[in-house]
Design a protein around this ligand. Structure first.
Ligand code: ADP
Ligand code: MG
Length: 698
C-alpha cells in the first residue's frame, strides 16, 4: 500500500519534477523566473513546455488548459487537446512554449465591468510560473493571469501578484534600514481555514432554493439546532469521515497541504485547514480546494455547501485568513524576536499593520463584501461589519507603555526603550483566544476573520498586502531621511499608536455596546451591507493608495466596483425570483391542499357526529388561511420590489433598491411561510425541513 508521501504532489509539475525532467541549464533559468521574476526566453519556454507535456501525457493527460480566476469568483478553464495531425493521418502530441506562456480564450462572456467592449472579445491569459501546473482529470492545468488586450487585469491573480510585489519592495526597504542586507525577498503567506456544510444529495435536490441560490430561502427553526454545542469538535460521522479521507487524498495528490479537519459549531458544518503557504499559491489552492470539495462530495452522494449562510438561525460559514510576512531567509516579520533590534523591527511592522487596518478599514470590508457574507457579518456568529484589531493584553500593555513613556508592567518593571530592551515573550495561548475579533493577532500572524466561505481569498489579501505596503512606504520614506534613526523610529511608533489606537479592541466583538462605542465614540466605520461599502472603493484616498502603488488602475477599480455590485444585485434578484416561484408553485398549493383536506375531514366528521365542534380543524384552517393570505400579499409586494429594479438608472441605485426594498420584502415573506411550515402536516410540506437537511448525513 502506498503511503501519503508516495503520492503527495503526484499530480503537480513541482520542483521535484522540474529538476528531474529539465536540463540543469533550463531548470536554473526557470528557477530564476520563479524566484526573481526574471523574464523567460522562448527557448526555455519551449523546453519547459515539452517536458511538461511529456510528464502530463505520461500521467494520463490528453488536454491542457490555461486555468484562471475571472471576476465571477470561480475558476475558468478552456480545454485544448495536445493532438496535432501528422501528414500520414496519425496524430502527435504537441505543446509549444508559446502555448504555455500565452492563451487567448474567447473572453467575451466574462465580466469586465466595461474594461473591454464585447466586440473586442479577446483577452489573454499569461502563465504564472510561481504557481505550479497540475493535472486535474485528464487535463494539464496551467495557472495563469487574465488580462484584456489593453493590459487591464480581468482577474484576481494579477492584482494579487502586484500587491505581493509592492509589499516585497517596501518591506525590503525597512529591513535594509534595520541592517538586514541579505534578505532578497519578503513574501506574504496565508493559511485559509475553510468552513463548509455537507448534506445529502437527496435533500439538496428536493430544495429549489439550494439548487438555484446555494442557500435556503425558507425553513423554520428545527426543534434541535446548535444550542447544545454538541457538534463542535464532536465525533465525525462515518459518512463525513469517508468524504474527508477521500478529499484529503485528492488534495494531497495536488500538492495541497490539507492538515486539520473537524466538525464546526452548527450541525452538518465542518472545517478544513491547510498548512500555510505563499499567498499566491494559497489562493490557487483554496480555489482548487473548494472545487474538489464539491466534486468529492458528489462521489459520496453528498453536496458541499460553500454559501456563507445556507441556513437562517444556524451559524454561517466563513474563512479565516491567517496572514504573515516573512523573508526568503525564513524570518517571520510578525514574530517578536530575541534581540532588541528584532523587537524594534517587530514593533514597527506591527504598527504598519495597525495603521493599515485603521486607514483602510473600508477596503478590508469591501474585500469580503458579497450578498451571502452580508448575512453573517454582525449576526452574532461572525465578527461584526466593524473592523477592529485584537492584540491581547500583553502586547497591548507594551504599546500603552510606549505611548505614554511609562514603565512596562511586565515580569519586570522596565521603561521600554526601543532598540534597547528585549520584549517579553508573548505566550501564544494568551493571544489566541478572542474568537469575536475580525482581525486578531495570534502570536506570529494575523487572523482576518471576516471572509465568507465562498470568497476567493485573493481580494482580502490584495487589500491587506497593499495597505501594509503603504504604511511601510510612509515609514521607509521618513526613516531613510532621518538623522537619528533610533529616535525617529521611536517617535514614529509612538505616533502610530496615538493616532491609530482607536482600531485596537480587546473585548467582545459580538457585544452591541461595542458597536455603539466603535461607531459613536471611536468613529470606526460600520458598513453593514455590500451596497453600503462598495461605492467607497472609489473614495479618493483608496484610489490614490492603490493606484500610486500600482496595484490597480482607476479603470480597474471602477470596473471591479461595478462587477461586485452587479454580482450583489444579480444574486439577490435570483433569490427573490426563486422565492416567488417557490411560493406559487409549491408552498401556497401545499397549504391549500392541506387546509382543504382538513376542511373535508371536518365535514366528514360532522356528517357522522353532528355535535362535534371540530375545533382542531377549524382553528388550523383559519390560521393557515390567514397565513396564506398574508403570504400572497407579501409575494405580490416582493414581486413589485423586483419590478421596481427596472427603474434604477445605474448599478449603485439598483444595489440600494436591493438593500432597501427587495431584501426586506424577502424577510417579510419568509415569516408567514415559516409559520405555515410549522402548522402543516409533514406529508404535505413540499420540501425537506431544516431538521431533515441538517441531520441528513449519517
Ligand atoms: P487555530 O487558528 O485553529 O488555532 P492554527 O493557528 O494552528 O489553528 O492554524 C490556523 C492556520 O494558520 C493554519 O492554516 C496554519 O497553517 C496557519 N498559520 C500558522 N502559522 C502561520 C504563519 N506564520 N503565517 C500564516 N499562516 C499561518
Ligand atoms: Mg483559527
Amino acid at each position: 500500500m502506498s503511503t501519503v508521501s508516495d503520492y503527495f504532489g503526484s499530480k503537480v509539475f513541482d520542483d521535484r519534477v522540474m529538476r528531474a525532467k529539465l536540463s540543469a541549464e533550463i531548470y536554473a533559468s526557470l528557477r530564476k523566473t520563479i524566484d526573481e521574476g526574471k523574464e523567460l526566453d522562448i527557448g526555455v519556454a519551449n523546453a519547459v513546455a515539452e517536458a511538461m507535456k511529456n510528464w502530463a501525457v505520461e500521467n494520463g493527460a490528453t488536454h491542457f488548459t490555461h486555468w484562471f480566476q475571472p471576476l465571477t469568483g470561480i475558476t475558468a478553464e478552456k480545454h485544448d487537446s495536445f493532438i496535432t495531425p501528422s501528414p500520414d493521418g496519425s496524430v502527435i502530441m504537441e505543446f509549444s512554449g508559446k502555448e504555455l506562456i500565452k492563451g487567448e480564450p474567447d473572453a467575451s462572456s466574462f465580466p469586465s465591468g466595461g474594461l473591454r467592449a464585447t466586440f473586442e472579445a479577446r483577452g489573454y491569459t499569461a502563465w504564472d510560473p510561481t504557481s505550479y501546473a497540475f493535472i486535474k482529470g485528464k487535463t494539464l492545468c496551467i495557472p495563469t493571469a487574465f488580462c484584456s488586450y489593453g493590459g487591464h487585469a480581468l482577474d484576481k491573480k494579477t492584482p494579487l501578484l502586484r500587491s505581493m510585489e509592492v509589499l516585497n519592495k517596501q518591506a525590503l526597504r525597512i529591513l535594509r534600514l534595520f541592517g538586514n542586507d541579505t534578505a532578497k525577498r519578503v513574501v506574504s503567506s496565508v493559511g485559509p481555514e475553510q468552513e463548509y456544510f455537507l448534506i445529502t444529495r437527496e435533500m439538496y435536490e428536493a430544495r429549489p432554493d439550494l439548487r438555484f441560490t446555494g442557500r435556503t430561502l425558507f425553513g423554520a427553526k428545527p426543534p434541535k439546532g446548535q444550542e447544545l454545542d454538541d457538534h463542535y469538535f464532536g465525533v465525525i460521522k462515518p459518512g463525513v469521515a469517508a468524504f474527508m479521507e477521500d478529499l484529503n487524498n485528492e488534495l494531497w495528490k495536488l500538492g495541497i497541504l490539507a492538515k486539520t479537519e473537524h466538525n464546526e459549531v452548527a450541525p452538518a458544518q465542518h472545517e478544513l485547514a491547510p498548512i500555510y503557504t505563499t499567498t499566491n499559491i494559497a489562493t490557487d489552492h483554496n480555489q482548487l480546494t473548494m472545487e474538489i470539495m464539491q466534486k468529492v462530495a458528489e462521489r459520496h452522494g453528498l453536496v458541499c455547501l460553500l454559501h456563507e449562510k445556507p441556513f437562517a438561525g444556524v451559524n454561517g460559514s466563513g474563512k479565516h485568513n491567517n496572514w504573515s510576512i516573512a523573508t526568503d531567509e525564513g524570518q517571520n516579520l510578525l514574530s517578536p524576536g530575541d534581540t532588541p533590534y528584532e523587537n524594534a523591527q517587530f514593533l514597527l511592522i506591527l504598527c504598519a499593520v495597525i495603521k493599515a487596518v485603521d486607514d483602510y478599514q473600508d477596503l478590508l470590508r469591501i474585500s469580503v463584501a458579497t450578498a451571502g457574507n452580508d448575512h453573517r457579518l454582525g449576526a452574532n456568529e461572525a465578527p461584526p461589519a466593524v473592523i477592529s484589531i485584537f492584540l491581547g493584553d500583553e502586547l497591548n500593555a507594551v504599546l500603552e507603555a510606549i505611548e505614554t513613556d511609562t514603565p512596562y508592567q511586565g515580569t519586570e518593571k522596565t521603561l521600554m526603550k526601543l532598540g534597547v530592551d528585549v520584549l517579553p515573550k508573548f505566550s501564544r495561548d494568551t493571544t489566541d483566544r478572542n474568537r469575536t475579533s475580525p482581525f486578531a493577532f495570534t502570536g506570529n500572524k494575523f487572523e482576518f476573520r471576516m471572509l465568507g466561505s465562498a470568497n476567493s481569498i485573493a481580494c482580502a489579501n490584495i487589500m491587506l498586502n497593499s495597505a501594509v505596503a503603504e504604511s511601510l512606504r510612509i515609514y521607509a520614506d521618513r526613516l531613510e531621511k532621518a538623522d537619528d534613526f533610533e529616535s525617529a523610529l521611536h517617535e514614529m511608533i509612538k505616533k502610530t499608536i496615538k493616532d491609530h489606537k482607536r482600531i485596537i479592541f480587546n473585548g467582545n466583538g459580538y457585544d452591541d455596546a461595542w458597536i455603539t462605542e466603535a461607531t459613536e465614540k471611536r468613529g470606526l466605520l460600520n458598513y453593514r451591507t455590500t451596497a453600503d461599502c462598495l461605492p467607497h472603493l472609489l473614495d479618493e484616498k483608496n484610489v490614490k493608495m492603490l493606484t500610486s502603488l500600482g496595484v490597480f488602475s482607476e479603470d480597474e477599480l471602477r470596473s471591479r466596483r461595478d462587477i461586485m455590485l452587479e454580482n450583489y444585485c444579480k444574486s439577490v434578484t435570483i433569490e427573490a425570483n426563486t422565492m416567488i416561484n417557490m411560493v406559487h408553485k409549491r408552498i401556497a398549493p401545499a397549504i391549500t391542499r392541506f387546509t382543504s383536506d382538513l376542511a373535508k375531514q371536518a365535514l366528514d366528521k360532522k356528517q357522522l357526529f353532528p355535535d362535534l365542534a371540530c375545533s382542531y380543524e377549524a382553528e388550523l384552517v383559519t390560521k393557515l388561511s390567514a397565513l396564506t393570505d398574508n403570504i400572497t400579499e407579501k409575494t405580490d409586494e416582493l414581486q413589485e420590489a423586483v419590478l421596481g429594479l427596472r427603474d434604477a438608472e445605474d448599478i449603485i441605485t439598483e444595489s440600494e433598491l436591493i438593500r432597501d426594498t427587495v431584501l426586506p420584502k424577502m424577510c417579510e415573506l419568509r415569516i408567514p411561510c415559516d409559520q405555515a411550515e410549522l402548522l402543516t402536516a409533514k406529508s404535505y410540506w413540499p420540501f425537506p425541513t431544516y431538521g431533515d437537511i441538517l441531520f441528513s448525513v449519517k
